[in-house]
Design a protein around this ligand. Sequence first.
Ligand SMILES: Nc1ncnc2c1ncn2[C@@H]1O[C@H](COP(=O)(O)OP(=O)(O)O)[C@@H](O)[C@H]1O
Ligand SMILES: [Mg+2]
Length: 361
Amino acid sequence: MGRPVAIEVRNVSKRYSDDPGLAPALDNVSVDITDNEFFTLLGPSGCGKTTLLRTIAGFEQVSEGEIRLAGEPVNDLPPFKRRVNTVFQSYALFPHMSVAQNIAFGLEMQGLDRKLIAQRVDEMLALVQMQHLAKRTPAELSGGQQQRVALARALAPKPKVLLLDEPLSALDLKLRKEMQVELKRVQKEAGITFIFVTHDQEEALTLSDRIAVMSAGKILQIGTPNDIYERPQHQFVAQFIGDINFLPGHLKRGQQNEKLFVPNGMPVEIPCPAQGFDGAAVQLAFRPERSQLVDPTQPHHLRGVIEAVLYVGTATLYQCRLNNDIKVMLRENNEGLNRGRVVGDRVAVNLPPHACLLMEA
Ligand SMILES: Nc1ncnc2c1ncn2[C@@H]1O[C@H](COP(=O)(O)OP(=O)(O)O)[C@@H](O)[C@H]1O
Ligand SMILES: [Mg+2]
């Protein structure tokens, strides 16, 4: 192992009610988060992201399991005794205080020396590039500026871990992109572990060192953005991150003992990499940008007809109905070589082996 573990979550379950008919908000969740990591919890609304953050912060008690911060069990510690701070979605700034006073607040609560506080506030203002606005009140700031103040205020007491619950979701798209770059920079400069919550898959891919994909109180997969996108281990993960096509079918052995995928209802055999699947009903999953529309020449090409053409600037998306009636989406980058395919064209889809992901049906 490389860096020390900042947070250990061990078999944590959380039930808000004793009703056994209700699914738990967290269902046997385990994860290790290392020092200085930008770790993201990603999943749809209601999957338990906020609950997991709140149990780490100490605002909620776990029903089962254990949480350790820097090796110390903290189940019985109140929030203020954990070196963890939270940035909420609603920035919750004090409206009657200036930017500098907002940032100083937590330090004054700790009873720090005045000079030390002033110095720390200056550092934080510099970190979030807000020195010139130190005297303003929150009402005189834009959404992005308020977000920076909330971040500076949370970082000022030097927490070991910063929890961020959908902090960018109130910002418009352009500002959100800017703040994403800022957040990443601030995290690396401050050298603090971030646990970041979002339901936005692109945001998770862009920012994170690692991502945990959650569904219905469980963590389904933990990995780098590349792992999660390239090697999803569940249909849910594959579908939640990026766009993907699924073809139901079964596997058979070829003459050289290689594995061939046979889609339901098509006389086609697609060579695909072995991944421990055998004979069973499976699904072949592939990303729209990893397969190509071609003229039908090879026996292993999927055949179909173009049903819709969507021009999206950098690329063109083709919705194709295969001969077995399954619809798939293909993506071609617009590089000036556009073939000008139109609705009604008969086409074939080439699926190179590296594009093929097998999943349980
Ligand atoms: N204080 C609470 N009391 C009862 N149920 C709650 C409470 N907070 C959250 N839940 C339930 O727990 C589940 C997970 O919620 P939450 O952690 O807020 O999900 P997320 O942040 O991923 O949207 C949901 O079913 C939600 O309704
Ligand atoms: Mg939430």
